[in-house]
Ligand binder design. Structure first.
Ligand code: NAD
Length: 368
């Protein structure tokens, strides 16, 4: 399929950056800037082919549009990939070249960290462009987003509990947390210490499991059995693709709510969960805390403001559940509708011409 065929009528812009001396080969995909500049991480990965890299960056950019829209942000969706093995080819020269290229887009795309890139890399990129988030706190960055992401998941779970049982409290609920890494650890902390929930965890990393047992005294399950635990809430906080044909019949929960990206192996698994009477919190809605946190950097990072904005995840999920009930669709389909309709409504408002412009150029001018 040609590149233009792959873009269909959906994508605004795809840019290929090439700098042979540094070895940089990068693709930036801007899916939509209807609501604001596109924001999304840079994935640095040894893709098997250029086609695979393009496919991935297009898919991920589109996902960011929906995620930002559902989170109520004035941001569009974009994503970038750098082709190659970061362990072998990542250098200061390559990252700074990449930063200069990003700068040429004038803020239409703002980058952040993703698989294969980290905060130190963002600091290097920052030397060439201000269109980067997730930098060190000394440079105005927001630090590790995981505690904020966990807080958003925790609030989202409360919305799910209301939907499933018409109760506000998580007290006494049994929650099975799959993966107790950066997000899972903080989620378990909130569940045990704040909500007084009963928690069972699994992780392939024995040290991670030992840490949560030591700190919170939780139960454990085998990694390949956690989804089948007898529980109220199953919280996938490790890998994607955990909701699929073989796992759905084994679920013994009423709610699926966790931080992992792309939990549904295929879109129709959202319908399968609904048919099984399971309340599913669409992943990109409930795990938006990290994005909301990093987006706050664009206005000069303010932790309390970011945390307050994350509380919108609770309200948004309530609205999505309402749409799902009202239109007899799955919550996954309702989330897409919610995000799409917001882009339509707010995008229309932003068509009004305002003297002197009203937007990011000014905010950036203020914040330097
Ligand atoms: P992480 O790498 O710190 O933690 C993931 C944990 O899952 C690790 O401890 C790993 O050992 C474990 N794991 C891997 N395979 C497993 C398996 N088969 N069974 C059980 N455990 C397994 O990552 P994280 O930052 O905590 O993110 C967790 C998920 O949430 C990822 O899907 C990530 O994309 C998503 N997410 C994270 C953030 C954030 O702020 N960190 C934001 C949005 C989405």
């Amino acid at each position: 399929m040609s590149v233009f065929d792959q873009l269909g009528d959906e994508y605004e812009e795809v840019v290929f950056f090439h700098d042979p001396p540094s070895g940089l080969r990068a693709i930036v995909a801007i899916h939509s800037t209807t609501l604001g500049p596109s924001l999304g991480g840079t994935r640095f990965y040894p893709f098997a082919s250029e086609d695979e890299a393009l496919l991935d960056v297009l898919r991920l950019a589109r996902g960011m549009t929906y995620k930002a829209a559902a989170a109520g942000l004035d941001l569009g969706g974009g994503k970038a990939v750098i082709l190659g093995d970061p362990k072998r080819i990542k250098t200061e020269e390559l990252l700074r070249t990449y930063g200069r290229f990003i700068d040429t887009l004038g803020g239409r795309y703002i980058t952040a960290e993703d698989i294969g890139t980290n905060r130190d890399d963002m600091d290097v990129i920052r030397r060439e462009t201000r269109y980067v988030t997730g930098v060190s706190p000394e440079l105005g960055g927001s630090g590790d987003p995981s505690p904020v992401t966990a807080y958003g998941v925790f609030l989202g779970m409360k919305a799910c509990v209301e939907e499933a049982w018409q109760e506000h409290s998580l007290e006494g609920r049994r929650v099975a947390v799959q993966g107790v890494g950066k997000v899972g650890y903080h989620l378990v902390k909130l569940l045990v210490e704040e909500a007084k929930a009963s928690v069972v965890v699994s992780d392939v990393d024995v040290d991670a499991v030992a840490r949560v047992i030591r700190d919170f005294g939780v139960d454990t399950a085998e990694p390949d059995k956690i989804h089948a635990q007898e529980c109220d809430i199953y919280a996938p906080c490790a890998l994607g693709g955990v909701i699929r044909d073989d796992t759905i019949p084994e679920l013994k929960c009423r709610v699926v709510a966790g931080s992992a990206n792309n939990q549904l192996e295929r879109p129709e698994h959202g319908e399968a969960l609904a048919a099984a009477g399971i309340v599913y919190a669409p992943d990109y809605v409930i795990n938006a805390g990290g994005l909301i946190n990093v987006a706050d950097e664009l206005q000069g990072y303010h932790p309390e403001r970011a945390k307050a904005r994350v509380q919108s995840i609770y309200r948004t999920l309530r609205e999505i559940f309402h749409i799902a009930r009202d239109r007899h669709v799955s919550t996954a389909a309702a989330a897409d509708a919610f995000a799409g309709e917001r882009i339509g409504r707010i995008g229309r408002v932003r068509l009004y011409w305002v003297p002197g412009g009203r937007g990011w150029a000014k905010i950036w001018a203020r914040n330097g």
